[in-house]
Design a protein around this ligand. Structure first.
Ligand code: B12
Ligand code: SF4
Length: 257
């Protein structure tokens, strides 16, 4: 299957760090033998026409589009542009997770996969490959005059088992994050949040899970080795809340230095 994952452009370009959500999906697809491509419209400064030209060169069977509230309109515009092009369009990410029908009504032929989708997206692609249209966890789609919903996927409990995000599929030189003048990049050491603030996406999305300190340090080392970047932002909701984890991470860092 030819799979392209797209980060739509933002009204104000950011090109801050690679889109880690789709980098994680790409890493899992790769582990299953696929060769996905990432198109970051924000970082590559592409409008819909520009992105369609890039996508055309890959003739994708499946296009996965990530979005937050900030680029929801642009995601739906990409979905519209892809209508009738012979590919399956899948919306996912924080905003489609909470507002799937906004996407399904705008792009009626598309599918929404809600929640953390490393496993469900890989299964969805596998089903397509096998010619079946089975529901997978988190899937929403229009069927006749109604919307079908499948319950959210069970979160992966051992998140150390998820491969490191496929940053190598992004043009790393395009990203502008800096720390004290040094090129920096983002890393995620945990999923969700132990608190449950009802207004917050992270408070309601899934169980709180942490990676081991060893896995996080391994990822930092791989980024230093592969991209020469040695300054990091942690994108966790509550990185320092668990003091035991922080002590174990600091200990591991000092051993590896
Ligand atoms: C880091 C971060 C940023 C960074 C972006 C870094 C970058 N990559 O360029 C900065 C500071 C720039 C930023 C900006 C903004 N952010 Co922000 N950010 C985050 C944060 C803390 C981490 C994102 C991340 O990497 N998560 C880890 C990955 C693995 O999770 P994920 O992206 O959700 O991806 C998983 C699923 O969503 C799904 N998935 C994702 N994409 C796709 C695509 C397909 C096809 C499928 C099937 C599935 C799928 O599978 C992925 C793997 O499990 C999250 C909160 C959080 N903890 O997630 C908020 C969060 C994403 N941000 C949020 C917001 C609101 C914004 C802004 C709009 C703020 C503003 N007012 O300007 C902007 C918009 C930026 C944008 N690109 O759209 C909200 C989004 C809520 C919503 N309903 O859309 C969040 C959830 C925070 C919150 N709790 O409210 N952000
Ligand atoms: S990330 Fe912040 S606002 Fe969201 S649930 Fe956690 S503590 Fe509450």
């Amino acid at each position: 299957m030819r799979i392209v994952l797209v980060q739509p452009n933002l009204s104000e370009p950011q090109s801050y760090c690679p889109p880690l959500g789709i980098c994680y999906l790409a890493a899992c697809l790769r582990a299953n033998g696929h060769e996905p491509v990432i198109v970051d419209m924000d970082a590559e400064n592409l409008d819909v026409n520009g992105a369609m030209a890039v996508l055309g060169a890959h003739s994708p069977d499946v296009v996965g589009i990530t979005s937050t509230a900030a680029n929801a309109e642009a995601a739906r515009a990409m979905g519209k542009a892809l209508e009738g092009r012979g590919c399956v369009v899948v919306h996912g990410g924080p905003e489609p997770t909470v507002a799937p029908t906004d996407y399904l009504y705008a792009n009626p032929g598309s599918t929404v996969l809600r929640g953390e989708s490393e496993v469900s997206f890989a299964t969805f692609v596998e089903n397509l490959d096998n010619g079946t249209e089975e529901m997978v966890p988190g899937l929403s789609r229009i069927a006749g005059s109604s919307v079908q919903y499948c319950a959210l996927p069970e979160p992966v409990t051992d998140i150390d088992s998820i491969p490191f995000p496929a940053r190598d599929l992004c043009y790393m030189a395009n990203y502008k994050a800096r720390l004290a003048g040094e090129t920096a990049t983002g890393v995620v050491g945990s999923r969700s949040c132990p608190h449950r603030c009802i207004y917050c996406h992270d408070g309601v999305r899934s169980a709180y899970r942490r990676r081991s300190a060893a896995s996080v340090v391994d990822e930092l080392q791989s980024i230093i080795r592969d991209f020469g970047i040695s300054s990091f932002f942690f994108f966790d909701c509550t990185l320092t809340e668990n003091t035991h984890w922080v002590a174990s991470f600091a200990g591991r860092l000092s051993v590896e230095e």
